[in-house]
Design a protein around this ligand. Structure first.
Ligand SMILES: Cc1cc2nc3c(=O)[nH]c(=O)nc-3n(C[C@H](O)[C@H](O)[C@H](O)COP(=O)(O)OP(=O)(O)OC[C@H]3O[C@@H](n4cnc5c(N)ncnc54)[C@H](O)[C@@H]3O)c2cc1C
Length: 505
């Protein structure tokens, strides 16, 4: 082992969209800080943030039915939908700030307008969708949403989905034109290019193997240079663990009390990708369905028009499955290695409680190509197997933890920021709503880890994100202004010039 010990101010572990976002915030707020990044792969945005590994939905609750559950009294709960929409507005403002200052260019390379639609079949589901529409469309954040159960209108909205469909049960959809498709891989690479231009040291093919506290209160990060095999030590007063699925094992190495009694449950994914440009051209929307009874929220099927490398393509999925790996490029031993004496009971309790989920994921994993095609045909009745290829998506590691009221081993579907009590280290766990809310989540990291600097930073943050600290629900006028301004800056009002579909890959 080499005995080099290098000191810096901030260490970011992982070059995904989360580290990228935090790095840019720190660079803008405190340019004097020396930032060093370690990423074990050869480039930025290669794991979950990569465009082929996630669904690229700018989550703002315009179409995702799991954000608007039905309450026992039959009314629709829209609290979560409002929260997620508000969080996405922070991302839109931050990205607009970067574009308006020319810190990143050509926003169409990472964000585009795509109608967001929800599609359901069956009397009860149509009833639910109608109630959801009635509740949401009165709210300023969801203005412009349309509902239809008229097959003619639906054919106009969704020609590919309606072609060859028999109408033996009611069908309905909602549509809102202001939805977005976000290429989080391209965004991540742009943010890292910007950081590099500002002198941030980015070390690719460097894998973090250990994190220890030094006697003088710094964090020592031990990193293996995968080119040479040498291990180097780097120290810093602040470390962010943005390792995606790889964050949990690194957090466990810190030994902080906050890292105890937490486990991870990996969920793998597959997408079907259309290789027929004529089929791709017939569809232009992100269409979310309803999760089957007993299925977890991340398994909601959707048919997505995407822009990848500036070409139009069509993806269906993701099909969830079980894999013991924490990263797509991870090891089959990841899950087992994450079980420690302090989280064993938590993991066992979750295992006992989540048998139906495990069973569901295993059933999904063993689906044959024909069975997957049957699921696709619920969206595209005339789908032909030769038009679709299967690609492996990213891994999601859902957090398992004990709840505050003492319930052991509860599976969480959201994101969790775990910080040491003194704010010197933070880790991001979980995967949903994911990259769309990176700005909101990284603001939380700043608030929890740099409380002593927030008075100084707040005016700067407000310069980047005018709604920071302000409730958009209570300020519909500000919401409208932000929508208008970010739509213009990000070029989301530019229709036409739609690139040609991606042909067979
Ligand atoms: C199938 C699927 C669909 C999704 N769909 C959406 C969607 O539609 N919309 C949305 O907003 N979000 C979506 N998400 C979630 C979103 O992709 C993630 O929340 C987001 O990309 C996480 O970013 P990250 O930076 O935390 O992790 P990542 O992008 O995974 O980056 C972590 C990085 O850390 C590196 N790393 C890990 N361990 C180490 C180590 N020991 N040393 C050095 N480097 C290390 C990894 O190589 C990786 O590059 C989806 C995710 C999946 C899997």
């Amino acid at each position: 082992m080499s005995n080099t010990q290098r000191r810096t101010d901030v260490i970011l572990i992982g070059a995904g969209v989360m580290s990228a976002t935090l790095g840019v915030f720190l660079q803008e707020l405190a340019p004097e800080l020396r930032i060093r990044v370690f990423e074990k792969l050869a480039n930025a945005g290669e794991e979950s943030s990569n465009e082929w590994n996630n669904a690229g939905t700018g989550h703002s609750a315009l179409c995702e039915l799991n954000y608007t559950p039905e309450k026992p009294d039959g009314t629709i709960d829209i609290d979560k939908a409002i929260k997620i929409n508000e969080q996405f507005q922070l991302s839109r403002q931050f990205w607009s700030f970067l574009v308006s200052r020319d810190l990143i260019q050509n926003p169409q390379n990472f964000i585009r307008t795509i109608p967001h639609m929800s599609l359901v079949q069956g009397e009860d589901n149509v009833e639910f969708l109608k109630k959801r529409f009635n509740t949401l469309s009165n709210h300023p954040m969801f203005r412009g949403m349309e509902f239809s159960d008229d097959p003619e209108k639906l054919t106009e909205w969704l020609p590919l989905v309606m072609e060859g469909r028999t109408f033996d049960e009611p069908i309905a959809a909602t549509k809102i034109d202001s939805g977005t498709d976000v290429n989080f891989g391209a965004l991540t690479r742009m943010l890292f290019d910007y950081l590099k231009s500002r002198g941030v040291e980015i070390n690719y093919r460097h894998s973090v193997e250990d994190i220890l506290r030094t006697s003088d209160g710094l964090w020592e990060v031990r990193v293996r240079d995968l080119h040479t095999g040498q291990v180097q030590s780097h120290t810093a007063p602040f470390v962010f663990i943005g390792g995606g699925g790889g964050s949990l094992p690194l957090l466990q190495k810190t030994g902080i009390p906050e890292s105890k009694h937490i486990g991870g449950f990996p969920v793998s994914g597959l997408f079907m990708v259309c290789n027929n440009s004529e089929v791709v051209a017939k569809h232009h929307a992100k269409v979310y369905g309803k999760a089957k009874v007993g299925a977890p929220p991340m398994s909601v099927p959707h048919l997505d028009t995407r822009y990848i490398n500036n070409e139009k393509t069509l993806l269906f999925g993701p099909f969830a499955g079980f894999s013991p790996k924490f990263l797509k490029t991870g090891s089959n031993l990841d899950l087992i290695a994450s079980v420690k004496p302090n989280n064993l009971l938590t993991m066992l309790a979750a295992g006992a409680k989540e048998m139906s989920l495990t069973k569901y994921l295993i059933q999904q994993l063993v689906l044959s190509d024909d069975e997957r095609l049957d699921e696709l045909r619920e969206f595209i009745p005339n789908a032909r197997s030769e038009d679709w290829d299967v690609v492996t998506a990213g891994q999601r590691v859902q957090v398992i933890k004990d709840t505050e009221d003492g319930v052991k081993g509860t599976l969480q579907f959201g994101t969790e920021v775990v910080t040491a009590a003194d704010g010197s280290i933070a880790a991001l766990l979980g995967a949903s709503p994911g990259a769309s809310t990176a700005v909101h989540v990284m603001l939380e990291v700043l608030e929890r880890c740099f409380p002593q600097r927030m008075n100084e930073w707040e005016p700067k943050i407000k310069g980047m994100i005018p709604s920071y600290g302000i409730s958009l629900v209570d300020n519909p006028k500000l919401y409208e202004e932000i929508q208008e301004q970010t739509t213009a800056t990000l070029g989301l009002d530019q229709v036409g010039a739609v690139p040609l579909p991606l042909t067979a890959r």
